[in-house]
Ligand binder design. Structure first.
Ligand SMILES: Nc1nc2c(ncn2[C@@H]2O[C@H](COP(=O)(O)OP(=O)(O)OP(=O)(O)O)[C@@H](O)[C@H]2O)c(=O)[nH]1
Length: 483
């Protein structure tokens, strides 16, 4: 009666807990006797494999972690009991402690005939294959039978170790305390291979970045461990079994992902590398694309600049030739009238500003009409060209020699007074007189000379020079007259 009341109260307590927790003992459909058992049992003691990652281990803080730890944590929550860790140093010690009832359960143990003398077993909650690890230079092992005569290391007390003893009695088996010891023996070539679960070896290789050890073959043996429960408490295995059965597929997957993904996080994250690769790749492609566009744009710019430069050169040439056309007399190559008038302006300004005197000589060939009449207009042109050359030859560079119009020429002499200009004019008259034109022989010229006076305009100066020239002609030609 009293037991029925307490069971009801416990059920009520579990009902309250059900509101807060997604799962609990109430939802496990436990029998009354199981509930009563749980009510009495607030905590159970657990032994584990202290070094068998990713399945389980006791970490540096003395806590149980790994796949088995997560399963046990869920079991504890479902049953609302405390699971207390009993620390051991090796798997062999774990088995020993459990046999001595110093712990109530072993978190992960394979059901074997031997062990059944001490334990009940829940349903298996995980399955894993066993593999053979060797040095990297060993070839692939197709069958374990091929290495059955070799020295092989395996952890003492593991079910797989017992299996090897039974299956391969001739095997030279070295029983080690843990995976580290086993792998070290292989590394030192004291053992040909080490046998353990694929995940445990893979985890170790990844964690310690081991490059000299590889998985060379697989055993035709896999393990499906259960939770081993002391067999003197039959109800305990029932409730743990029910709690285990309540763990969903998603929860199992999440546990697996947690511990198996650790391997990759601490090793090489290929997905991250792929992302980085894609990012860098995209960046490179983008850079290449921009580079190509930039090169094309540069080519266009260079072409445009070249065209612009060519156009500029052409324009400059055109301008120069326009300038030439505008300032040079086409027949003789001397300054034309426009240019002489410009030079006049410059000299007049210089006179106004600095009182720099300048003189003007107006001249033409005597009786030039006869040349045209006798030899033709073209010969007349040649004579004018040769006469222009004579003028250029016998004047200074700074003098402006130009064709004033028709057969009339003008010489503008900067920084030259009347006496200087008269001297130059007479020299020209003499040189022309001496010269023999190839087409017509000797010719003479007449020259009128004047110099700048205060208040002169261009017309005033040219008029005075013209008057002097007229005077020279009137006096018999081949003369220099001043005005
Ligand atoms: N071939 C040629 N003849 C020209 C040019 N300009 C003017 N003349 C000629 O020069 C001659 C000038 O004749 P006039 O004014 O009588 O002068 P002139 O015969 O030299 O006589 P004076 O000046 O008195 O010595 C004319 O026959 C014009 O046709 C020209 O560019 N080329």
């Amino acid at each position: 009666m009293c037991k029925a009341i307490t069971t009801t109260i416990y059920k009520f307590y579990l009902l309250l807990a059900a509101i807060a927790l997604p799962y609990n003992a109430f939802s496990l459909e436990l029998t009354n006797s199981e509930l009563t058992y749980l009510q009495k049992t607030s905590a159970i003691k657990m032994c584990v494999d202290p070094d068998w990652m990713p399945y389980e281990r006791i970490n540096q803080f003395g806590h149980h972690e790994g796949i088995a730890a997560d399963y046990l944590s869920l079991v504890a929550k479902r049953l609302n009991i405390q699971v207390k860790l009993v620390r051991t140093h090796s798997w062999a010690q774990t088995l020993e402690f459990a046999k001595q009832r110093r712990c109530d359960i072993i978190s992960m143990a394979r059901k074997t005939a031997d062990r059944q003398a001490y334990f009940n077993f829940t349903q298996p909650y995980i399955t894993y294959p066993f593999v053979v690890a060797t040095l990297v230079d060993q070839p692939f092992i197709e069958s374990f039978d091929l290495i059955a005569d070799k020295t092989i290391a395996a952890v003492k007390g593991y079910a797989v170790t017992e299996h090897l003893k039974l299956q391969y009695p001739t095997l030279n088996l070295i029983e080690v305390a843990n995976i580290d010891e086993g792998i070290q023996l292989v590394r030192e070539k004291k053992s040909f291979a080490y046998v353990d679960s694929a995940l445990a070896i893979g985890y170790k290789i990844q964690q310690s970045a081991t490059l000299d050890i590889k998985v060379s073959g697989q055993l035709h043996y896999s393990s499906s461990p259960s939770i081993a429960v002391r067999n003197d408490e039959p109800l305990l295995v029932n409730v743990i079994d029910k709690a285990l059965a309540s763990i969903t597929k998603e929860e199992r997957q999440a546990i697996y992902n947690t511990w198996v993904s650790i391997r990759f996080e601490k090793g090489f994250d290929y997905s991250l590398a792929l992302q980085v690769l894609l990012l860098v790749g995209s960046f490179l492609i983008l850079s290449l694309y921009w580079n190509r566009r930039l090169i094309k744009a540069n080519e266009k710019t260079r072409k445009a600049v070249n065209e612009l430069n060519a156009a500029k050169t052409l324009l400059e040439e055109k301008n120069a030739s326009l300038e030439q056309l505008a300032t040079v007399d086409m027949l003789t190559g001397l300054h034309n009238r426009l240019k002489i008038e410009e030079s006049f302006e410059v000299e007049l300004n210089r006179y106004d500003r600095f009182h720099s005197v300048f003189s003007v000589i107006l001249l033409d060939l005597d009786n030039f009409k006869q040349v045209n009449d006798e030899y033709g207009h073209l010969t007349g042109d040649l004579i004018l060209v040769e006469f222009a050359k004579l003028l250029k030859t016998h004047t200074r560079n700074m003098d402006f020699v130009g064709r004033w119009g028709g057969e009339e020429f003008i010489i503008l002499c900067p920084e030259t007074d009347l006496i200087g200009a008269e001297f130059l004019a007479d020299k020209i008259r003499f040189e022309v007189e001496q010269f023999s034109f190839p087409e017509v022989g000797h010719k003479t010229c007449s020259l009128g000379v004047t110099t700048i006076r205060e208040g002169d305009s261009q017309q005033d100066i040219v008029l005075r020079a013209d008057q002097a020239l007229y005077k020279a002609k009137g006096k018999g030609k081949n003369l220099v007259e001043l005005n």
